[in-house]
Design a protein around this ligand. Structure first.
Ligand SMILES: NC(=O)c1ccc[n+]([C@@H]2O[C@H](COP(=O)([O-])OP(=O)(O)OC[C@H]3O[C@@H](n4cnc5c(N)ncnc54)[C@H](O)[C@@H]3O)[C@@H](O)[C@H]2O)c1
Length: 329
């Protein structure tokens, strides 16, 4: 049969007819006067075209899935955003974005470890009680690499393991480049960039030494992409742009270790950082945000959980801008 059909498949007649027959509905019929041989010829053509038609459909349905692809999707089916059984470190969890998002991460099932320069024991206790997870706070200055290493080791011992990191502690300074002295500059870079690096490094090392996979979400900012006005904050903008590129670099460096690294870039979010700013600035910001309001820390939680969870297994090195449309106009 194939020997008969293949010549037709290759013929110009076939090539010309195929698109037409695919447009003819299955129930359509038409009659053309013809002799016996012509009828036979037409039947063979139609059989060939029908096979081709179903062949085309068949090709679309059969998609080869490799074993590693299947392994990844297998466990995505149940509760795709669940963080159950994971232990997540949140830096800067004493207040603001870190405090709020830590509670949502706990709601998604993870045990919580808070690292902050301030004592966040009360926050950890509240989260533990409210969401029925284990939660513990550690005083940790992320600009001190030895302290970061010690806190990671202690938290891993206390919690049994570590799986996830929301690398979020940060500060902002509204000072022009000329007013900013080297100490000011270094302080911002130290917390926002070096702190993110020290945390990622110690956490990544823990995972690799223990043959574990895991996820990191760094908090960058829309200031990595745009220059905010009217305030002058070059140190902050530069530090956050570096966080975005550090994120991409780590994503590639650790791609074969099963460690994904992504960042979120919030726009203006209502926290202590923005609330303490000049009220005139705040008015100007809101006027220039297409959504005409600041965001809330709660509005970042979904993105963080998405990036920390198995819902995003094919996403690494991405930066998710969450800014009420600020940077797209
Ligand atoms: N609020 C915004 O509009 C906004 C926008 C974009 C990005 N961000 C970023 O989000 C993150 C959180 O900001 P936020 O608005 O919640 O501010 P926030 O001031 O309310 O919270 C920052 C937290 O970081 C902690 N912290 C500061 N220095 C630290 C250090 N050296 N070691 C450990 N912890 C330290 C603080 O104690 C505090 O708990 C920051 O990285 C910030 O740059 C905020």
């Amino acid at each position: 049969m194939n020997a008969v059909l293949y010549p037709f498949c290759a013929s110009p007649f076939f090539v010309w007819l195929t698109p037409i027959t695919r447009l003819v509905p299955a129930t359509s019929s038409f009659a053309i006067p013809c002799n016996k041989n012509e009828k036979k010829f037409a039947q063979i053509c139609m059989a060939s075209l029908t096979l081709q038609y179903y062949g085309a459909i068949f090709k679309v349905i059969v998609i080869k899935v490799t074993k590693s692809e299947r392994d990844v999707v297998e466990h995505m089916k149940n509760d795709i955003f669940s963080l159950k059984g994971k232990v997540c470190i949140v830096t800067g969890g004493y207040q603001g974005i870190g405090e709020t998002v830590a509670a949502y991460i706990a709601d998604a099932g993870a045990d919580i470890v808070i690292f902050d320069i301030s004592d966040a024991t009360e926050v950890a206790d509240r989260i533990g009680q409210e969401y029925g997870v284990r939660a513990k706070a550690y005083i940790c200055d992320v600009t001190k690499p030895e302290m970061v290493d010690q806190c990671i080791a202690q938290a891993a011992t206390d919690m049994g393991t570590l799986d996830l990191l929301f690398n979020n502690a940060g500060i902002c300074l509204h000072k022009s480049v000329l007013d900013c002295d080297p100490q000011d500059w270094l302080r911002v870079i130290d917390v926002n960039l070096n702190g993110v690096y020290y945390m990622a490094r110690a956490f990544g090392k823990f995972l690799i030494d223990n043959n574990k996979t895991g996820n990191i979400v760094n908090t960058a900012s829309m200031s990595a992409t745009i220059v905010n006005i009217p305030q002058r904050q070059a140190s902050y903008n530069a530090s956050k742009a570096a966080v975005v590129h550090l994120t991409k670099s780590l994503a590639v460096e650790w791609v074969d270790k099963g460690i994904r690294v992504n960042s979120i870039s919030p726009g203006y979010i209502r926290t202590a950082i923005t609330a303490g700013s000049n009220p005139e600035y705040q008015k100007l910001w809101i006027e220039s945000i297409p959504m005409k309001r600041m965001g809330t820390p709660e509005e970042l939680a979904g993105a963080v959980i998405y990036l920390l969870s198995d819902a995003s297994t094919y996403t690494s090195g991405a930066d998710l801008i969450i800014d009420g449309c600020f940077t797209i106009v």
